[in-house]
Write a protein that binds this ligand. Structure first.
Ligand code: RBF
Ligand code: MG
Length: 298
């Protein structure tokens, strides 16, 4: 079990006593880094206690994925983005089924509703308060990255309309934009961000009866769009398919999971890198036994 420790190095021994095999502590300086590792070496396996000097936002993604994260909202390693920034970053590095414990070492309020508001558009579900005084809040990543607070896959269908000509095809990630009105009732209230599931044609020349895997971005593409101008777009990338565009055809989409919020990346390369990660994560979920059998009308 790999643990992300965004709190004092004192937690390392406790975590390892509880069976954590690999603890990465986010520490503000080299002195604290030394404590985080000596503390663990008393338990035997030095290699399994690592530290990262800096804040959680700078932790390289390859150091994950994590099954557990412990977050002291008052710890230096939380960084300038505060609790929200730390939880966004943690959410990008968690395994499905993983848990995040949020507390405050200074006794500042960690109110369940406040935390729920902070993670509203992240892949976390609030499990509940922990401790007699409710001084910590436990979050989990639903198994299979199921859409939080949604009990079954979301079915929607819409016509493919022209995008904004930003050339997602040229980027190597062609997307079919669904007409927002067609799917408004299903997407209403869903957080902006990246979803995954299945797609098939309802009609049109592409209607070959094949169910394919897809990733879907519901959002405003903040990486490219700086004013608040354009409305939400609902973009579906059909995986393992390099046929034509689907303009005018109707796509039926089954959304089964949610990966992350939509983010403003530092340019195209960073966005494309993350989209490749999204596709990889979606593929490993969609190839699993859970989706061998789709709902009846699929
Ligand atoms: N655009 C963003 O600005 N931020 C994102 O986080 C983001 N995530 C995406 C994830 C996926 C899986 C896909 C297919 C698109 C995403 N986009 C995102 C939209 C991207 O900017 C858009 O496809 C291109 O601008 C072409 O319209
Ligand atoms: Mg498009």
């Amino acid at each position: 079990m790999r643990v992300l420790n965004i709190s004092s190095s004192a937690a390392v021994d406790l975590l390892r006593e509880r069976g954590a095999l690999d603890v990465l502590s986010v520490v503000p300086d080299e002195a604290e880094a030394a404590v985080a590792s000596t503390s663990a070496s008393t338990l035997g396996n030095e290699a399994a206690a690592r530290s990262w000097v800096g804040d959680v936002v700078s932790v390289p993604p390859y150091m994950g994925p994590f099954s557990v994260a412990v977050v002291d909202r008052d710890w230096d390693g939380v960084g300038d983005g505060g609790l929200r920034g730390a939880l966004v970053k943690a959410s990008l590095m968690m395994r499905p089924g993983g848990h995040v414990l949020v507390y405050s070492s200074r006794g500042s309020l960690v109110d369940r509703d406040a935390v729920a508001a902070v993670v509203r558009d992240l892949c976390f579900e609030v499990v509940g308060d922990v401790g007699a005084d409710g001084d910590a809040v436990l979050l989990c990543v639903p198994d299979g990255f199921a859409v939080p607070n949604v009990s079954s896959p979301i079915k929607m269908a819409g016509e493919v309309v022209a995008g904004y000509g930003r050339g997602s095809r040229k980027l190597g990630v062609p997307t079919a934009n669904l007409r927002p009105d067609d799917v408004a009732s299903e997407t209403d209230g869903l957080p902006l961000g990246v979803y995954f599931g299945f797609v098939r044609h309802e009609s049109g020349s592409g209607n070959d009866g094949v169910v394919r895997k897809m990733v879907m971005n519901i959002g405003k593409r903040p990486t490219f769009v700086t004013d608040n101008g354009p409305e939400e777009s609902i973009e579906v990338h059909v995986m393992d398919y390099d046929g034509g565009d689907f303009y005018g055809e109707r796509l039926a989409v089954l959304v089964v999971g949610f990966l992350r919020p939509e983010m403003k990346f530092d340019g195209l390369d960073a966005l494309l890198n993350r989209i490749q990660t999204d596709i990889g994560m979606a593929r490993s979920q969609l190839d699993g036994d859970r989706w061998k059998c789709l709902p009846g009308d699929w």
